[in-house]
Each structure stands twice: as C-alpha cells, then as structure tokens.
Design a protein around this ligand. Structure first.
Ligand code: 8X3
Length: 246
C-alpha cells in the first residue's frame, strides 16, 4: 500500500509566516489545513496553495475543538498563531495586552497541540514546529509581555520534547528575529510610522525565509529532530543589535 499524503496543519495562516509556511509545505508535498480567524483572507491563501481553510480562534477552546475535530489526519502541526501587542514598560504594562499575548502565543499553542497530539501520534511520525522568537531567548526593554509569552512557548516546546521522548513525535522550536510582516503594525496598534521604523535602514528576514526553514525542518528524515533554530537576518546579531546602515 502506498503511503498517504502527509497532512500539515498551520495556525495563523492568513498572512505572514503562517501563510508563507502553508505555501512552502504545499510545495513540499503536504496536504495543508490552514487555520485563522480571518476566513476571507485565509480562503485566498488556501486557494493559492490548494489547501483547506478552516476558521480558527486559538483563544477559544470551542473553536479549537471544532477546528481539530474537522481534521482526520495530522502529520505536522505548525503553531504559528500569536504575536505582540503593545510596547509599554513593566511599570506601564496593560493587563489586557499581556493576557492577549498569553492567550494567543501560549494558551493557543497549548490548546491546538493538546487536541492534535493523538492524531500526530497515530500518524507514526508526527512533528510539531512551534514558531517562537528571539524574544523568547533574550529579554529586551519594552518587550516584557511578548518576552514572557515567547519564553513560555520555549518552555512548552522543550517540555513537550521531553514528554514525547521515546514516541514517534518530533518537536522543533524556530525562533526568528526581525521579519518584515504586519507583526510590528499589530504591536504598535496600527501606527504605520512606528511599524515602518522597525525595519528602516535594515535588511530583515521575509516571511518566505522563515517558511523555507519550516519546510526544511519538516522534510528531514524521521530519525532527525531539529530541536531549536535561531534565525536572524545578517543585519541582526541579537534582539536589539541591528545594523541600520543600508
Ligand atoms: C521577533 C520580533 O521584535 O521580538 O518575534 O525581535 S522581535
């Protein structure tokens, strides 16, 4: 009997790293299931790569249940949904921003992973790729809520790897630095000028650069677990050391 086509599930797939990863995985031979809140945009991305669009709000357990319940097989889960909102100091931090970052990045990753783990195990060679961040390795001033959330994602990834040890599940954490997407626009609450300034004079990564890495990790042979990748532009050596002379 021939092997079934592997199924990849990508969260936050309506734009940026998630959309690019869905396309790259489709090109690599996966059947792709795309999840996100913005169904119109999601459908467009799904159409462009022959994938299946399913509405998903990772902050809502009922939505996660409906999403994962509609998926029969899962070989690869890419937990990409998340992001940053706000750039206040700890002194001025807003509870609702921290809660949103925890709900999307941390609890969202937990909910979707927990729901799909049985199917990942059933596949006989499951893989979880969590999109973390340089912010999950290195704290920086005004990054508190996002730093805390991405450090939690890093902990979750490593605990999952330990708990799945001996089972046919691989776990990888990919930590990108500066990537030019709408990430900063969301962080700065729609302030385009502030968002543009983040990438000004520098040559950041693109969503496609990260997607290529996702696809590379996903297509290693089953005995190879790429545990962690820190992916930075040449113009960035750490979270806040950026060459802007371009
Ligand atoms: C990477 C973005 O601003 O934390 O996720 O370097 S940032």
């Amino acid at each position: 009997m021939s092997k079934p086509t592997p199924v990849a599930v990508v969260t936050g797939a309506s734009s940026g790293i998630g959309a690019a990863s869905a396309k790259a995985l489709a090109e690599a031979g996966f059947d792709v299931v795309l999840g996100a809140r913005r169904l119109d945009r999601l459908k467009e991305v799904a159409e462009s790569c022959g994938g299946r669009a399913l509405e998903l709000d990772v902050t809502d357990q009922a939505s996660v249940d409906a999403f994962t319940g509609a998926i029969e097989r899962c070989d690869l889960l890419v937990n990409n949904a998340g992001g940053a909102v706000g750039s206040e100091t700890i002194l001025e931090a807003k509870d609702e921003d921290w809660r949103w970052m925890y709900e999307t990045n941390v609890m969202g990753t937990l909910r979707v992973t927990r729901a799909l783990l049985p199917k990942l195990l059933d596949s006989g060679d499951g893989q979880v790729i969590n999109i973390g961040s340089v912010a999950g390795r290195e704290p920086y001033a005004t990054g508190g809520g996002y730093n805390a959330a991405k450090h939690a994602v890093a902990a979750l990834s490593r605990v999952l790897r330990l708990e799945m040890f001996g089972q046919p599940i691989r776990v990888c954490e990919i930590d990108p630095g500066l990537v030019q997407t709408d990430f900063s626009l969301v962080r700065f609450r729609g302030d385009q000028e502030k968002a543009d300034a983040v990438y000004e004079g520098t040559n950041p990564l693109t969503a496609e650069d990260v997607a290529e890495t996702v696809s590379w990790v996903a297509t290693r042979p089953p005995h190879v677990n790429v545990d962690q990748i820190l992916l930075l532009a040449r113009d960035q050596t750490s979270a806040r050391v950026i060459n802007r002379s371009q």
